[in-house]
Design a protein around this ligand. Structure first.
Ligand code: ASP
Ligand code: MG
Length: 424
């Protein structure tokens, strides 16, 4: 007997029939004798609709400003999960499984006060554990908790993955199964490269890089939490027949296991290729080369809540002027340029050049730590396809390359093949 947290995303609970199917997945684990807690998302599309309503309200009411109270935003958008939790509890009861819904505040899942982007601070799992001991399934709303102001707070889009991992850590679960509309984590996006393979295992570190660099399977924060608390996390599909052979296999369920690197026997040099579209490049030309310049540039950008990603600074030729290049999301480009125009004189640079619609392609693999030449292989392969590289950044286990948008797919396929990731 084990303790399992099962999380179902929006597409898995998109309608009544799918919720019934989810209930059958849960029943399979309960019938096998496991203690089960479930974390649910809102039905697909629901959160988008709720967010849109919240955003429209000030305008329709004739307010001067488009801004709204984040506490009320949370009240609105948290309601999607509330509906799913009740529906799944009924579905479970209908097929003979004892179940009860739990809103984040009822447990409580305590968060900080950052409404709309809260972080989980603490979860009191004692009542859930007691009830699991009596055979009851807890159906918990993802994406939300209770803030210190005693109000509902949501965790940011995609946050129910994080809820699930946090609940698994709090309940000391043996496993956290993230059920979604794909059957695992792939070497790259199969829509771009049909030869992408499903990974049977991937390390926490690699998954963190994949998710941060654009793979959309899991919320980044959920992978960080899984890594810190060493929660064995499986990504698997909810669309398969719940009673198909192997679905209930405890040690090797179908899907991808995200785990400690020690558990991965056959380590590849490169594990996956991720890409992120809609990157924009900003270059500041002839920036004064003196202490405080970077702070003068990136401080105001941070204050404006603009997320800067790749940063490349040249060594100046004569110690007086240099170039500074960095990337921001295309959606933030205009705002970033406006912020920079304002500090132009105080920082001291000549011109701002910018380019939108770029793509960042990243090669990820723990094996890079111990293998030379991984980056050179990528550069050579891209050169052979005539793909120009605009900027490069690296970490211990990642190489990110900024290129022009139209080359994204060619670059992903080229790198996927050059590192031997194509399926045979
Ligand atoms: N329903 C929320 C969203 O769409 C949370 C989640 O699905 O993870 O962002
Ligand atoms: Mg999601």
């Amino acid at each position: 007997m084990a303790r399992i947290v099962m999380k179902f995303g929006g597409t898995s609970v998109a309608d009544i029939a799918r919720i019934h199917n989810v209930a059958r997945h849960v029943k399979r684990e309960v019938d096998a004798g496991h203690e089960v807690a479930v974390v649910v998302s809102a039905m697909a599309g629901k959160t988008n609709e709720l967010v849109q309503w919240a955003q429209e309200m000030p305008r329709v009411s004739g307010a001067d400003s488009p801004f709204f109270d984040a506490r009320e935003y949370d009240t609105i958008v948290a309601s999607g999960e509330q509906v799913t939790s009740g529906l799944l509890a009924i579905a479970l009861q209908s097929i003979g499984v004892d179940a009860r819904s739990w809103q984040g505040w009822q447990i409580p899942i305590r968060t900080d006060n950052a409404h709309g982007a809260a972080r989980i601070l603490e979860i009191d799992g004692s009542e859930i554990v007691r009830r699991m001991g009596l055979g009851q399934v807890a159906v918990i709303t993802g994406f939300q908790g209770l803030a210190p102001d005693n109000r509902i707070a949501t965790l940011g889009r995609g946050g129910s993955d994080t809820s699930a991992v946090a609940v698994a850590a709090a309940l000391k679960a043996d496993r956290c199964d993230i059920y979604t509309d794909v059957d695992g984590v792939y070497t790259t996006d199969p829509r771009v490269e049909p030869k992408a393979r499903r990974l049977s295992r991937i390390s926490f570190e690699e998954m963190l890089e994949l998710a941060s660099q654009g793979a959309k399977v899991l919320q980044v924060r959920s992978v960080e939490l899984a890594m810190v608390h060493k929660v064995r996390t499986f990504v698997r599909s909810s669309f398969e027949d719940p009673d198909a052979p192997g679905m209930g296999d405890f040690d090797n369920p179908p899907g991808t296991l995200i785990c400690d690197e020690d558990e991965i026997v056959e380590q590849q040099v490169v594990t996956g290729i991720a890409y992120a579209k809609d990157e924009a490049q900003i270059s500041l030309r002839r920036v004064a080369d003196r202490p405080g310049v970077s702070a003068g540039i990136f401080g105001p950008l941070a204050e404006a809540n603009i997320n800067v990603d790749m940063i490349v600074q040249n060594v100046s030729e004569d110690g007086s002027k240099t170039d500074m290049t960095f990337t921001v999301p295309t959606g933030d480009l205009e705002k970033a340029v406006r912020v920079l125009e304002k500090v132009k004189d105080s920082v001291g640079f000549d011109v701002i050049q910018s380019e939108a619609g770029l793509v960042k392609v990243s090669v990820i693999g723990i094996g890079m730590r111990s293998h030379a030449g991984v980056a050179a292989t990528a550069f050579k392969a891209l050169a052979e396809k005539g793909i120009n590289i605009r900027a490069i950044t690296t970490s211990e286990i990642k190489i990110s390359i900024l290129i022009d948008g139209p080359y994204a797919e060619l670059a992903v396929r080229t790198l996927h093949s050059v590192y031997g990731l194509d399926k045979q």
